[in-house]
Design a protein around this ligand. Structure first.
Ligand code: GDD
Ligand code: MG
Length: 342
């Protein structure tokens, strides 16, 4: 069977890291997130379709270097077609039943168990559900005792939310769902298609699971997921190959070819590849992009440094985002100036 990863979108809330890379390529424990997700698919999935648009070439390059043991199809939309339109656009690659997966979620979901749940219920569509407090950032389901979903609202006001169970971003669909999606236009799966499945088939089910569910929508959750998975593995740090560390690394992940000087402390942070950090530096709760140079006596806390930046001696960078290069052409929401606060 197939799995489609919805992997388009600019990931604007993860800028400046997404000025220079597609969101699915952000490293999770030093591995591009999309590879992490593909490796956790059940064995039933033998074909993976990546529904992409922004920075497609980077995604192609990533797969040209990595064999995941499954057929990979990179399907570029001519323009973003939305979560439903992207699935329709992949129709020719799809069989009778397939997964649709958001590519910005890391969770403990057992997709094999979800298939069994779907089969037991003879469902037309099954979506994963997860309980949260802040429902208004998500799609919210109204669920009956038998697991049947009877209503769905995308990003409701808290008072209009039918429950605290949100769409956790993994769908298992029968191919008849494709008939509800119009070709060649922007279609939202959540707003336009889910309500039709409910009213036309009555066989829309919600699959709840235990463990963890982390939405990598923002820098804060991106840092959190890395630390969470590090802990899950019983590790305090990961240091990539060809790195040379003289300082202290605590609860952090360092990419390849990272140099860390004496008396430097890196805590609860993620450092990308090819970064050089001099002596007497402190970095906490921060992300440092590729090819950065951090000079002596710098203090960085709760900050994001975009790729290719140099931070000069003695600077204090707290609660902010550094990006001093032009914003890439076509990237949404233009910023004025070159240092962007969050
Ligand atoms: N190919 C393609 N084309 N992918 C897209 C497009 C598009 O036009 N638009 C969005 N995506 C991808 C995103 O990259 C992401 O993986 C997924 O579709 C969902 O889009 P987001 O933009 O991340 O949506 P969201 O986080 O606001 O809400 C969605 O996810 C929540 C769970 O995190 C909805 O599905 C909610 O209902 C859900 O609760
Ligand atoms: Mg999202």
């Amino acid at each position: 069977m197939e799995a489609i990863f919805l992997a388009g979108g600019f990931g604007t809330r993860l800028k400046p890291l997404t000025y220079t890379r597609a969101k699915p390529l952000l490293p999770i424990l030093n591995k591009p997130m999309i590879l992490y997700l593909i490796d956790s698919l059940p064995s039933e999935v033998d074909r993976v379709i990546l529904a992409v648009n922004y920075k497609k070439e980077q995604i192609e390059k990533c797969f040209s270097k990595y064999d995941c043991g499954r057929e990979i199809i990179i399907n570029e939309e001519p323009e973003p077609l939305g979560t439903g339109g992207a699935v329709k656009f992949a129709e020719k690659y799809l069989g009778d039943r397939f997964f649709v997966l958001n590519s910005d979620i890391i969770s403990s979901i057992n997709l094999q168990d979800m298939i069994r749940f779907h089969e037991r219920n003879k469902a037309t569509a099954t979506i994963s559900l997860w309980p949260v407090d802040n429902v208004s950032e998500f799609g919210v389901a109204e669920v009956g005792e038998d697991g049947r979903i009877t209503g769905f609202v995308e990003k409701p006001k808290p008072e209009d939310a039918p429950s605290n169970l949100i769409n956790a971003g993994a769908y298992l669909l029968e191919s008849e769902v494709l008939d509800y999606i119009e070709t060649g236009r922007l279609v939202s799966m959540e707003k336009e298609i889910f309500p039709q499945i409910i009213s036309n088939t009555g066989r829309f089910y919600g699959y709840k699971f235990e463990g963890y569910w982390i939405d990598i929508g923002r820098i804060k959750s991106y840092l959190y997921v890395n630390q969470f998975l590090l802990k899950e593995k019983g590790l305090d740090k990961i240091i990539g190959e060809d790195s040379n560390v003289k300082g202290d690394i605590v609860n952090s992940i360092l990419g390849r070819n990272v140099n860390v000087g004496r008396n430097t402390v890196i805590k609860s942070s993620v450092i990308f590849d090819n970064v050089s950090i001099d002596d007497n530096v402190t970095i906490e709760n921060s992300v440092i992009g590729e090819n950065c140079r951090i000079k002596e006596n710098v203090y960085i806390n709760n900050a994001v440094i975009g790729d290719n930046e140099t931070i000069m001696d003695g600077y204090e960078i707290i609660d902010t985002t550094i990006w001093t290069q032009p914003i890439p052409e076509g990237y949404p929401k233009k910023q004025i100036g070159n240092v962007i606060g969050e």
